[in-house]
Design a protein around this ligand. Sequence first.
Ligand code: FES
Length: 129
Amino acid sequence: MHVRPVDPTTLTIPVTFLSDDPDSLGMEGPERVVMAAKGQNLLEVALGNEINVEHACGGVCACSTCHIYVQEGMSLLSEPTEPEEDRVEEAPGLARNSRLSCQCEILCEGKILVRVPAWNRNAVKEVPH
Ligand code: FES
């Protein structure tokens, strides 16, 4: 997926990524704080910082592999659309704070905390052939 370039001076929003399986994401530990800009989505923020969140459809709301839990800062993000709500229901471990990271655009300044499920998986690949 192409990650749009960002003006470094606009990176003012701290986003904390938590993972129970940091190795699979390329993280050195269970927690990493990175800086983000308004207008970025959380998948771009992750990938731009080499946090390898699954994204089978390339960020177009056509899978559920980029599923995350937003633990803090939900009000700073764009509201889920109906297509996102339909799609995220396919994600394993669905919870009230489940979102598709590629659909979460950062709209406001504040603190954001997300957890990436350890069992994040590509549902498309799991369809029997
Ligand atoms: S990457 Fe497919 S829905 Fe987000």
